[in-house]
Design a protein around this ligand. Structure first.
Ligand SMILES: Cc1cc2nc3c(=O)[nH]c(=O)nc-3n(C[C@H](O)[C@H](O)[C@H](O)COP(=O)(O)OP(=O)(O)OC[C@H]3O[C@@H](n4cnc5c(N)ncnc54)[C@H](O)[C@@H]3O)c2cc1C
Ligand code: FES
Length: 278
C-alpha cells in the first residue's frame, strides 16, 4: 500500500483527520501527588504541569521510578499502558488502576511522594460527535476499569449520557468517579440487575453516537448492538503494549482493512472498522 493509502486507512479508521497531541521526546519523572480508592480501583494523581494536555482517549505508559521489577534480581518490567482519566487545571493527571498483575500491583501501592516514569500522551483518542445537523447525542458506555477514558471524555462533552457496568457493589463504587452515571451490576446489588448493554439498547435511537471502553465481550456486544441499530460507535480497545509508540508491533489488532497497531492507530477505533472485538 502507498504511504498516502496507509494514511487514508489510518484516518478512516478514526473517522477524523484532525491533529492529535504528541508526546514530548523521552519519558518524564513525575511525582505522585494524590491517591484515592474507590472500591477496588486506585486513582493516582500525577503532577505534570509542563506536559501537554492529552486528548480524551489518549493513554500514557507508566512505570514506578523505584522497585519496578520482578524476582530476586528485580529485573525491570516493561512500562504498562493506562488511559488518562482526568486532567486538572494545574496539570495533574489522574489514572484509574485495577490490580490485575505485578505491574498494576506495584503502581497501586504508590503513595504521594513516590515518583513515576511517564511517557505520553500517546495514541489517538475519541473524535467529537458529528455536529450535524442534526447534532449527535453522545452516549458513553463503560465496563469496570474501562470507566477511565470516559471520565476525561465526559468532562469535555459535559452533557453526555453515561452508562456503567460493574460486577458487584464493591466494583460499582467506581461509579462515583462519574457523577450522574446510570449503573448496572451483574449481581443486581446496585442499579439495574444485568448487563450495561441492557441500559444501552433503549438509548440507541436516531441521533445517538456511542463511545465505549471495557472488557472485550462488552465491547463486542456494544459493537453488534450499534451495528444492528445503525448507530456510529467508537471503541477504546486494549491489547498488550510493550513500547506504546509503534516500534514493537506487539499491539496489532485485526480490522476489516488489515492489521493496525493499536498504540498509534488507536486505542480508539471506529466500530465500523471492526468485524468483531476479539
Ligand atoms: C491503551 C490502554 C489503556 C489502558 N488503560 C488502563 C486503565 O486505565 N486502567 C487499568 O487498570 N488498566 C488499563 N489498561 C490495562 C493495563 O495496561 C494492564 O492491566 C496492565 O498492563 C497489566 O499489567 P500487570 O503487570 O499488572 O499484569 P500482567 O501480569 O501483565 O497481566 C495480568 C492479566 O491481565 C492481562 N492483560 C495484561 N495486559 C493487558 C492488556 N493490555 N489488555 C488486556 N489484558 C491484559 C494478562 O493477560 C493477564 O491475564 C490499559 C491498557 C491499554 C492497552
Ligand atoms: S505497543 Fe509497540 S507497536 Fe504498539
Amino acid at each position: 500500500m502507498s504511504g498516502a493509502g496507509k494514511h487514508a486507512l489510518a484516518s478512516s479508521l478514526r473517522g477524523t483527520r484532525g491533529d492529535r497531541t504528541l508526546a514530548p521526546f523521552g519519558r518524564r519523572r513525575l511525582p505522585v501527588v494524590a491517591r484515592e480508592t474507590h472500591g477496588p480501583y486506585v486513582v493516582l494523581g500525577v503532577a505534570d504541569p509542563d506536559g501537554p494536555a492529552p486528548d480524551p482517549g489518549q493513554f500514557a505508559m507508566l512505570a514506578a521510578a523505584e522497585r519496578w521489577g520482578g524476582g530476586a534480581d528485580e529485573r525491570p518490567f516493561l512500562p504498562r499502558a493506562f488511559s488518562v482519566a482526568r486532567r486538572h487545571g494545574d496539570g495533574r493527571l489522574d489514572f484509574v488502576l485495577e490490580d490485575v498483575g505485578p505491574g498494576t500491583e506495584r503502581l497501586c501501592a504508590l503513595e504521594p511522594g513516590d515518583d513515576v516514569w511517564l511517557l505520553g500522551p500517546l495514541g489517538r483518542g475519541f473524535a467529537p460527535p458529528d455536529p450535524g445537523p442534526p447534532a449527535r447525542r453522545p452516549v458513553l458506555v463503560g465496563g469496570g476499569v474501562g470507566i477511565a477514558p470516559l471520565m476525561i471524555w465526559g468532562d469535555a462533552l459535559r452533557d453526555a449520557t453515561t452508562l456503567l457496568g460493574f460486577r458487584d457493589a464493591a466494583h460499582a463504587a467506581g461509579a462515583a468517579l462519574i457523577p450522574g452515571a446510570r449503573v448496572a451490576t451483574d449481581d443486581g446489588s446496585v442499579g439495574h440487575h444485568g448487563l450495561v448493554t441492557e441500559l444501552l439498547a433503549p438509548e440507541l435511537g436516531p441521533g445517538a453516537e456511542v463511545y465505549a471502553c471495557g472488557p472485550p465481550p462488552m465491547l463486542e456486544a456494544v459493537r453488534a448492538l450499534c451495528a444492528e441499530h445503525d448507530v456510529p460507535a467508537q471503541l477504546a480497545l486494549e491489547s498488550g503494549m510493550a513500547c506504546g509508540f509503534g516500534a514493537c508491533f506487539g499491539c496489532v489488532v485485526p480490522t476489516r482493512d488489515g492489521y493496525v497497531r493499536l498504540c498509534v492507530d488507536g486505542p480508539v477505533l471506529d466500530a465500523a472498522a471492526l468485524a468483531e472485538v476479539g
